[in-house]
Design a protein around this ligand. Sequence first.
Ligand SMILES: [Zn+2]
Length: 974
Amino acid sequence: MKALSAVFLLMLSVTGFAQRSDYFQQEASYIIRAELSPDTRQLKGLVTFTYTNHSPDPLDVIWFHLYPNAFKDESTPFARQMREMKRWGFTESQPDDKGWIDASFFHGSTKLTTEEKPDAIDEVKVYLPTSLKTGDSITLTIPFDVKIPKVFSRLGTENNHFGMTQWYPKVVVYDQDGWHPDSYLDYGEFYGEFSSFDVTLTVPGSFTIDATGMLQDNPSEQARIDSLISRYQTYKALTTDGDRQAFILQFKQDVLKAKEAGGTKSLRFVAKKVPDFAWFAGEDFLVDSARTSTGVLSYALIQPANADSWRHAARFASEAVDHYSRMVGPYPYPKASVVDGALDAGGGMEYPMITVISSGNPEGLNLLDQVITHEVGHNWFQSILGSNERAHAWMDEGINSYYEGRTMDAKYGADRSFLSDPSKLGPFSLILRPVGSHELNLHSLNMLVHKNQDLPNNLPASDYIYNGNMVVHYQKGALMMAALESYLGREKFDKAMQAYFQTWKFRHPGPDDLIAVVEQSVGEDLNWFFDPWLNSTSYPDFYVISKETIQTAEGFRTDITVGNKGDLFMPVPVQLVTAAGDTLFQTVFPKPEGTISFTHRDQVASVRLNPGNRIYELDFTNNGQGFQINVNFLAAVPSLDAYDINLFPVMDYNTVDGVQLGAGYWGGNLLTGDKLTLVTVYKGLSTGEPGYRFFFSDRIPRKLLDYIDWGGTFYDQQGFRKQEVFIRGTAGFRYYESSAELSVGRYLNDDIRYVNPLLIQDVDYQTVNLTLKAKNSTRAYASSFRSTISSSFEVNEGDPLFTRVDAEFGYRFRWESRSYAAIRLYAGSAFGTIPLQEGFFPGGSADPRREAFLIPMKGSVSLLDNLSPGDGLFMPGYAVYGQKGLQVGKAGFAVKLTLQKSGWMFFTDAGQVYKERKNFGSGSLLYDAGLGYQLGPIELLFPVWVSDPPKGDDPTDFRFVLKYNLTDILDQSF
Ligand SMILES: [Zn+2]
């Protein structure tokens, strides 16, 4: 009978919108009793689990998630993903910090056979005593023990706070596609069966708890919560810092007293139609509460350290419930709480009716409200609409991010909903302006698209952990919904999404189900829209082809022809503003071109395609507004519609010119690499010598390779002139990246005053260079290869003619965040008349192309003499430039070994330079060995011993080298 009534309920929920005829949904209920022992971080529990099979298939097994086992050892899919994401906390933790679950499954008194999923100890298959037929139910009893891990991701404890998420044996969803025994991951969320929960938790009497579900029949605990709430109201009314500090001090003392009093209490929470159950416990929570207009309750559990910054948290949660209820559909649960908790998986994490937030509330940003709104919003797109988040993360993160943005826009204004008040951000206020959520989404996607690291929206979550691709789920998903809203108009859009909510609430919709309901609601086929947005990386790029206004009897007529240079075709709104201030809108569908006519009484003041940039497109500067320039000081949030010019002062120093003063600007968009320019001009105060530097670069994305950069560097400084142009194509896949760069440069050394004649010869030459690079950068292993071939050509008679080739290979194995072993192999050779600076120095390069611009040219400042860019052969024992006994050759090789732990390193090198290439194989090998310390990209190296010191020096004389590498600095920051 139970099964029949459930089928009947399903039929009632049919509202006339598109349904799958083969749809079924399983039914589960949990009665859980569990006792927490905070001191030993243990939880002992018993589940009475009832499962009803509504599928057409008889079931011989039931799969369970044993998620706490994700934290058991290094073998789990979670541990592997953390290493891949270069997050070392779990790997580096002590055995006692880890966690696990031990569960057995009984039917009556029979212990059932279980089997782990291969390679995943957090997924287990339980063999049923007899096949569970369609419509039948089975009850299992599951005693379990959990060792609660420290916080590495979601489940965990820190400072006597307990985030009890993914904590119990949880049934795996069985749907039309079968079982989904997906292991716990940090990136990649969940898929839960709608269930009812009746959970009784026994905890120390001093603990404050909130959970999925409502507290049952416990007047004394309710009175305790209510008194905490009124106590926090008292706190909020305090007006001086002194009073507030005294309050918190007293509060903490009371917490201690309650702890000393000892005892335990049992609290019972009941929830229905939820896909999961989470609870949060701690001794020292302050409690706030708010209620929505429809009576939904929000608690905020607040740590004393955040007593001030969280004073509006309960209200934020409550407002989110109101906004989403209006936009999407009424909130069906009685509560939506927020907990200020420990978490290492983003700024917040959603669970039904309760959400944990770990982000701060920096002044000027609306971050806390934004994260609370987002996580509370997941009650709609995760709990109520129970999509498979692992397979289709955009269905929760993308759609939810869109509604989060809309809520924030409504509360703070669309142009400042993310960053409202930059003036509160201290020194950054200079370079920041207000930014809205939508604009932030546009910049985020823009950055990925211009590096071609964008992915289609509808891939499994774990495919997105490289290159910041998570942006695809969140920001790109939100932008897809914004583009749909732009096309349909808000009213039709909301009606369609509300129909989706009503049709699929408390069920498991997939992408096709969403699309079918939206199509039916608006009455048109939308495959042309959803297919490219979900399954490709296509985008539109609208532009104005022509605009013509003619005078008519009634006023004017303007014909606007619009084109689309992109590969996603969709209609675009066009805005025309007249001189009298009238704003007219029309929509045109350029496929790839289309024309529309406006009739109006006054002259045209402006025309703008895609006003408000509501539809993401590849280029926003060609939408009819003309070329616009924004001038800023130092830097600024990039403009989408205008060219940014950022002015800055220049101050430099060298031993010949003394202090150099000047000014410059850089322009363009660093996020996209579009039309970057840099100009500086300056003058040396001692010599009066002027200098300049000019650089430009532009990026052509998504053509042939991932992207192509081209540009040039021109400068004249310290007697050195460089004129170089380059074109570089880059392609990659996940964590592999390779590039080929072709450049042509002239390198003119005009003034020997500036350079060290032991390193650099006063000679002009020009070369054509080809550089090939490849690297991978997973966390555990990294390898890189680079090879350059340069060939000179004659411009003036007598210019040196030579060819130079070198190659290096590096391999690094990392076993902890700050421990690695690395090997580097380097070899190079040159033919013809080589300028001194292009030769091979045992200590490394003389930076002949002025790429590592910190290299001292000439001078007696001993610290500068000990700087090295660390390229070429680079044997640190021989790296001190300009010193006696420096060797230089036409060929060389070096092998380097480095062992590092926590910044401290041991290195040893073997290598040789050859004066002439034909002497290859002759001469003695050079060795050195030493110790060093690494701080980011900078290394301070002490070669303790060199095998072949310059004449008069001892092998063990004190030496030091400061190695820095500009390329590494850039690699590490992006
Ligand atoms: Zn989310």
